[in-house]
Design a protein around this ligand. Structure first.
Ligand SMILES: *Cc1c(COP(=O)(O)O)cnc(C)c1O
Length: 379
């Protein structure tokens, strides 16, 4: 059960910028309390401005955006979809919604994201069996950009469309480009725990006008052009509300500040914990700029204490930490899925921990976390 006790230090809490209530209040005054209205267009415009995406479609969750993205790039029941195994379950779940099958691909050590070597192995293995994957769904985990150049080159070589799950990586950049904007479609999440929030929401971005139009069509019940209600395709009720979009407008105003604050939190932990040899931080590879959504550390075997023990100890002090995502190919839900790689994500899962990373943490709170960690390791 979620713990809301007073004074709790959360892993990643919402952090309002101040102008959200103006947009929400205006929506209520003008009676745009629905899934159409000026905040929605405004929010989509803001997303494009901040990410340099050509088109944005605001939806009611990141999961919905992944589902719609898979549909618009043409994934059908019975297809196979290449997918990062080191991620949150919301990445592969929509593959199952469609009746397609995930092919899980493991990570490489520089970014913890999809390994280009394992990706090529997966594609070649399936081609030998006479099956061609119909999509590549890759993740930028914890805000760290994946090796997009290599991954997209491989996908292009085999003419496989790319969807970027940038749910955790809004504001991160790869080679100067905002992540989410380099594949056929990109997905952001505005869930309450993400770097900015609409309370719950998501967006699909794309450079392709047809993809944007088709995504909006599917997300609004796939109504054919007719005055009566006529439907030839399966659609969804996935549009964002004008109230949520109003929160989003206020949040996008402070996105750059939130990225700066999360990066400062990462630097704070790294500096204060540098004396503890067994705590390993992840530097940014060349060309990668991470929003540092969550600060993650690996605890070396020498520390003789497991991430779960650390989590439990900090929990007693009302500090929320979290183990790294348990890889999808190890989940009971996906026990029959194919998997390609060398087991790196499982090793990361066994030794890793996410530290409290809310952008509104005070210096005292950060100090409390650092002291609690230091006590744990008796430095
Ligand atoms: C949060 C998240 C999602 C899903 O976003 P929701 O808005 O919560 O549906 C998808 N993928 C990853 C990697 C996430 O962290």
């Amino acid at each position: 059960m979620t713990n809301y006790s007073p004074g709790r230090i959360f892993l990643s809490a919402p952090h309002m910028g101040g102008h959200e209530k103006n947009y929400v209040q205006k929506a209520i005054e003008d009676n745009w309390v629905t899934t159409v209205g000026p905040n929605i267009q405004g929010f989509e415009h803001d997303i494009c401005q901040h990410t340099n995406a050509r088109h944005a479609v605001a939806l009611n969750s990141g999961t919905a955006a992944i589902h719609v993205a898979l549909r618009v790039v043409g994934v059908k029941a019975g297809d196979e979809v290449l997918c990062s195994t080191f991620t949150f379950v919301a990445t592969p779940n929509p593959i199952l919604y469609i009746g397609a099958t995930p092919l899980f691909v493991d990570s490489e050590p520089d970014t913890w994201n999809m390994s280009p070597t394992a990706l090529r192995e997966a594609i070649e293995n399936r081609l030998k069996k006479g099956k061609k994957p119909s999509c590549l769904l890759l993740v930028h985990l914890y805000g760290m950009p994946a090796k997009l150049k290599e991954l997209i080159e491989i996908a292009n070589e085999f003419e496989i469309p790319v969807i970027e799950d940038a749910a955790e990586a809004l504001g991160s950049r790869y080679g100067g480009h905002q992540v989410g904007t380099l594949g056929q479609a990109g997905v952001f999440s505005f869930n309450g725990n993400k770097i900015v929030t609409t309370s719950g929401g998501g967006a699909l971005v794309t450079a392709d006008k047809n993809i944007a139009e088709q995504a909006l069509f599917l997300a609004t019940q796939a109504k054919d052009q007719a005055t009566h209600y006529q439907h030839s395709q399966l659609g969804y009720n996935y549009r964002i509300s004008n109230i949520s979009a109003g929160i989003g407008r206020g949040q996008i105003e402070v996105l750059e500040t939130r990225v700066k604050q999360r990066r400062e939190i990462y630097n704070y932990y790294r500096e204060k914990l540098q004396d503890i040899e067994g705590i390993i931080f992840k530097p940014e590879p060349k060309g990668c700029f991470s929003n540092r959504w969550l600060t993650t550390v690996l605890l070396s075997e020498d520390l003789k204490v497991s991430p779960e023990e650390v989590r439990q100890t900090l929990e007693k002090e009302n500090i929320e930490t979290r183990l790294l995502w348990k890889p999808m190919h190890l989940q009971p839900l996906f026990k029959d899925s194919l998997y390609y790689g060398d087991g790196l994500s499982e090793k990361l899962f066994n030794r890793g921990l996410c530290l409290p990373s809310s952008s509104n943490l005070s210096e005292e709170e950060l100090d409390k976390v650092v002291k609690a960690l230091k006590r744990q390791f008796e430095v």
